[in-house]
Design a protein around this ligand. Sequence first.
Ligand code: FES
Length: 115
Amino acid sequence: MSPRMLPAGDDPIRPAASTPVAITLDGERLEGIAGQSIAGVILASGQLGFRRTSAAGRPRGIFCGIGVCFDCMVEVDGARDVRACQRRAVDGNAVTTQHDALPVPPSSERGGSDD
Ligand code: FES
C-alpha cells in the first residue's frame, strides 16, 4: 500500500475493503487498489512525470486529469496512446512511457529545398 493512502480505518467515510492491484511502469512494480486509474497508481508511487514532449523532451504527467489535454499518454499492454488518467488499472498491466519524435514534413511543405 502506498504511504500516500489514508488507512481505511482512519477514513471517516469508511470505504469498503480495497482489492490490491499491481502494474509495472517501465518494468518497475507499482501497487494500487482496484478502481484507481493508471495515472492514480503512478502518482501514488511518487512519480509525477511519465511522458516526454516530442519537441524538447520535457517531462509531462497529469495536467487536466479528465481526458482533455493528452499529457498523460502511455502504452498499456502494447496499446499506444492510452490516456493514463482515463484508464483503470488492471492487475498485471504493463505500462510503458512514450516519447515520440516530431514528424519531419517533406521539404516542399517547409517552403523550399534545403536538403
Ligand atoms: S491528464 Fe489530461 S488527458 Fe490525462
